[in-house]
Design a protein around this ligand. Structure first.
Ligand code: CO
Length: 135
């Protein structure tokens, strides 16, 4: 397999409105409206840059996967990066065979862009939570 484009960088933020305003007003970026993603336990703001996207993540609901991250990183921080792949099941099979751990049950889930995604264990990728998205 070979990873493709950087699809997005996801940043967990403690104040979604303030972070969105900073990207819109201070950095002059194209900032979308907040979108609730109940299946993923997050509210997301998408920021479109010329070559990639930034996703601001804010916890939604009691069991949000980013609540713990924000507890450890109260001012926010980079949560994961997402690379594009052409065939996510083939990628998962190859990565698993090479010893990398796919999080959850190993099955791709439908991500925030309506495409199959999965996450790889950060301890297997230089401390970085990596998301793969099939495009
Ligand atoms: Co993502």
């Amino acid at each position: 397999m070979m990873i493709g484009r950087l699809n997005h960088v996801a940043i967990a933020v403690p104040d979604l409105e303030a972070a969105a305003a900073q990207y819109r007003d201070t950095l002059g970026a194209e900032v979308g409206p907040p979108q609730d993603e109940p299946d993923h336990g997050v509210t997301v703001v998408f920021i479109t840059l010329p070559n990639t996207k930034i996703e601001l993540l804010y916890p939604l609901g009691d069991a949000s996967p980013i609540a713990g991250f924000l507890e450890k990183n109260p001012s926010g921080g980079i949560h994961h990066i997402c690379y594009e792949v052409e065939d996510i099941r083939a990628a998962a099979a190859q990565l698993t065979a090479s010893g990398a751990r796919v999080l959850g049950d190993g099955e791709p889930k439908i991500g925030a862009h309506g495409k199959p995604v999965l996450f790889l264990h950060p301890k297997d990728f230089t401390g970085t939570l990596v998301e793969l998205e099939e495009v």
